[in-house]
Design a protein around this ligand. Structure first.
Ligand code: ACM
Length: 271
């Protein structure tokens, strides 16, 4: 299975241009699955809820989803991409999963980062795994990485590949995703963006690029550079993610001790 990450530098608010650029790259890609960054069509730094709402689209009936479904159909590939989703009066930082047959599903970001809390509703889907036949795709978005429960939940729900659209601005994610892959025995694709935004007098946000693909043992299979643009693709044996053994006597899942982990599902604050 050929899996890829798209990295680019969208221009804020120029949805048509950003989508066209992505579609042009995808036309030249040879992959079964490509993951795109978070909010890849709009850019990231909204200055008001009204602005975010104006740039958001319905899923799957908005223009962005339609364009992505069309290229997925013509290239016979699956795509996971981040975009602002409008659902009635609610607004989510979402990711869509589409394939040659059309729309497959959505994930709505669970852990909102920083000023996202002003614009978006907290995700209400839970951590979703989509069976696309050749693989089971788990989806989480950017800052979800900071909470290891996200990747663990996806792995326990059967994900082979964690698809991770991102607009990273903090330190630490690239290394953390290597660990998330290692401890869960899953492949991961972190598709990050490049460039910077400083809108409406806000503090600049510098996006860290270095999109990466990690295998089920935590080895880095591909890594783009900080300012690179385009699509990186690697060939994997996705079935390896179904083997959770560590040694002949140890297994990532069978050796877990949920009887000792009760605190994880309790309140958010230490006693
Ligand atoms: C982030 O969640 N976009 C940092």
């Amino acid at each position: 299975m050929k899996i890829g990450a798209y990295q680019g530098n969208p221009e804020f608010g120029l949805v048509e241009k950003n989508v066209r650029q992505a579609v042009t790259e995808l036309e030249g890609a040879d992959a079964d699955l490509v993951v795109m960054p978070e909010l890849f069509n709009t850019g990231y730094q909204f200055v008001s809820k009204e602005e975010a709402f104006g740039l958001a689209e319905e899923m799957p009936y908005g223009d962005t989803c339609r364009s992505m479904m069309e290229i997925a159909r013509s290239k016979k590939m699956h795509l996971v991409f981040g975009m602002a989703e409008r659902d009635g009066a609610r607004l989510f930082n979402s990711a869509a999963v589409v394939g040659p047959e059309g729309f497959i599903g959505r994930y709505r970001k669970s852990h909102l980062f920083y000023e996202e809390k002003y614009f978006f509703d907290p995700g209400d889907t839970g951590f979703m795994v989509f069976d696309i036949g050749i693989a089971r795709l788990g989806v989480m978005i950017c800052f979800d990485w900071w909470f290891p429960e996200a990747a663990r939940s996806l792995a326990l729900s059967g994900a082979d590949i964690i698809c991770h659209p991102a607009n990273l601005v903090l330190y630490g994610c690239h290394k953390a995703m290597i660990t998330r892959s290692l401890e869960n025995g899953v492949f991961s694709i972190t598709a990050n963006r490049t460039g910077s935004e400083a809108r409406g007098g806000k503090e600049p946000l510098v996006f860290t690029g270095e999109s990466q693909i990690v295998d089920n043992r935590g080895s880095l299979l591909a890594s783009m550079n900080r300012d690179g643009a385009g699509i990186v693709v690697v060939d994997i044996d996705v079935k390896r993610a179904r083997d959770k053994s560590i040694t002949t006597l140890n297994d990532r899942f069978k050796d877990r001790r949920p009887d000792l982990y009760g605190e994880i599902t309790k309140s958010n604050l230490p006693a």
